[in-house]
Design a protein around this ligand. Structure first.
Ligand code: GLN
Length: 535
């Protein structure tokens, strides 16, 4: 059967949750055993996300194959429970780059190269390459940005043309604001959005409407009328307790069956998959207990920059039947020797990944507090590097210990540039990226948590533990809990006196609701135990 297409377009404004809608559709298609792959288009002219500031754009997500992609890929993977690849990310940068490279080669000799047809054809051929190489049943395309933007206009033209060749269902995600909680839901802005979409030559087959309260019948009727569709093609996406319930909310409205019917796909459900998802969502919505975790980071004002950490903790909460309450602690605020007042009351402390000088000493203070007070600690990437620095300074007595990222001439360079990074001067896609194997030591807590000693996790870093300090820190009680299979790079370290684990990897990037990251589950379980001990 030829691949079918679903295209999600957002109107009115960004932030409506196109990623969650796209992911929910992937989840629904999998409930019926249809192989569905997402493609995300992003209009920016960066080649990929790797060179963007997470404080502005949200987290940079990394795939197994080393691609640095938009954080929406994290949502897709967490819902679809499958690992995706970089070819599914199409950016303005990739498209323009590819067209210009072809022009230089002379592939368009004699032609004046234009947005239509050259750029649009390039977009279509990138999409069709996914169809050709993977042959999925359905490709779900999320168009980044909002209808009416200049940045995505040529891509919308490309999907309009795609629909002339392939069976394509268009879905418009819109929003019905209400002035107060109980106020009337307004549809005028959504109607303006439709007009822009129709101007671009796209008629929606379904409208999904975000709203605070459930969509009321009057608003639904108007949304249907002006979109030229029947009322049962308007789907409610009102606020819910968790994003993970959206596929089930769609099913309550038979959106799954309607979509399958329009696509001409079988509607035989895989009941085991549906039951498993329901059980997990139930755990997220009604946990038995709660636990308080502090995240000491530098971008805590924009929680999107730690999206995967946050979700990995939701997954770990579902696995331990607990609600994980997150306390975002700006690390700079921990630099005044006030760890006690800011951190007491937490059941666990996590230091996530990060770059640059700001707030580093505050993170080290937070780690010291966790170690000295036996508060469970989880360190991710930078959080591992700083756990090593803290140990070197305060346990091994190696004064002036630091990472050369922060202090080039530190006396004790506990963390230094990876050998493979020396001489790298280009910034795009040049870090140690993607899935790398690691061997966990037999006496490690990490091995117990993973249930195996051979694991693979994703990475994104330039600096690394300096092996010349291995023996000294081991002597002082630090456990080297995991290395690369060749033994050359330290990947996991642990404290021995209390729960403290850190890894150079980013296990949060592979955490899924249905397959939570073992390290996060272990950390939340240890935090729960610490909380119960306090009682
Ligand atoms: N800045 C550190 C490095 O480049 C840590 C990176 C991270 O936490 N992702 O090695």
């Amino acid at each position: 059967m030829p691949t079918k297409y679903v295209v999600i377009l957002g109107s009115m404004m960004s932030g409506l949750g196109k990623g969650v809608v796209t992911s929910s559709i992937l989840r629904l298609l999998d409930f019926y055993d249809h192989d569905a792959l997402p493609i995300k288009f992003d209009g920016y002219l960066n080649y990929d996300c790797g060179t963007m500031n997470p404080y502005r754009h949200g987290e940079v997500f990394v795939l197994d194959d080393r691609s640095e992609v938009d954080m929406d890929f994290g949502i897709y993977e967490r819902f679809a429970n499958r690992s995706l690849t970089g070819d599914l990310s199409i950016t303005g940068g990739k498209l323009f780059g590819s067209v210009i490279a072809k022009e230089r080669k002379g592939e368009y000799l004699g032609e004046d190269v234009q947005i239509i047809p050259h750029l649009t054809n390039e977009a279509i051929s990138m999409i069709e390459a996914v169809e050709r190489t993977r042959k999925p049943d359905v490709i779900v395309i999320e168009v980044g940005g909002t209808v009416g933007d200049i940045e995505n206009s040529y891509f919308i033209e490309a999907v309009r043309q795609l629909a002339l060749k392939h069976q394509t269902v268009f879905i418009n995600l819109t929003y019905a604001p209400a002035l107060e909680v109980v106020g009337e839901q307004k549809t005028k802005p959504a109607q303006v959005g439709y007009r822009l979409l129709l101007q671009a030559g796209v008629r929606p087959d379904f409208v999904i409407c975000r709203s605070r309260e459930k969509l009321n019948p009057k608003a639904r009727a108007k949304l249907a009328l002006f979109a030229n569709i029947s009322e049962d093609r308007v789907v409610d996406d009102s606020d819910a307790g968790t994003i993970y319930s959206l596929p089930l909310h769609f099913m309550e409205q038979d959106f799954d069956l309607k979509l399958l019917s329009v696509l001409g796909l079988s509607s035989k459900p895989n009941n085991a998959k549906i039951a498993k998802w329901k059980e997990k969502v139930e755990k997220v919505l009604s946990p038995k207990t709660e636990v308080s975790i502090g995240i000491v980071g530098k971008y805590t004002e924009l929680i999107d920059s730690y999206a995967s950490i946050k979700e990995a903790l939701v997954h770990a909460g579902a696995a331990t039947n607990s609600r994980v309450n997150l306390n975002w602690i700006e690390s700079e605020n921990l630099e005044k020797g006030n760890a006690d007042s800011l951190l007491s009351g937490l059941d666990g402390i996590l230091v996530p990944g990060g770059f640059g000088n700001r707030g580093i000493e505050g993170m080290i203070n937070g780690i010291r507090y966790a170690r000295e007070n036996k508060v469970p600690y989880l360190g991710i990437c930078l959080g591992m590097q700083l756990m090593a620095v803290e140990y070197a300074r305060n346990v091994a007595g190696l004064e002036d210990s630091n990472s050369t990222e922060f202090e080039k001439d530190a006396k004790n360079k506990i963390i230094h540039l990876l050998p493979s990074q020396r001489g790298v001067d280009k910034k795009g896609g040049t870090m140690r990226l993607g899935l790398w194997e690691c061997l966990l030591s037999s006496d490690s807590v990490s091995k117990k948590l993973y249930g195996t000693d051979k694991i693979g996790e994703r990475h994104r870093h330039r600096y690394e533990f300096n092996n010349s300090y291995c023996d000294k820190l081991k002597e002082k009680g630090l456990r080297i809990a995991g290395t690369t299979p060749d033994g050359k790079l330290v990947e996991f370290i642990e404290w021995k006196d209390s729960f403290g684990i850190a890894t150079q990897a980013h296990p949060e990037l592979r955490s899924r609701l249905e397959a939570p990251a073992p390290l996060f589950v272990g950390f939340v379980a240890a935090s729960l135990a610490a909380k119960n001990q306090k009682k």
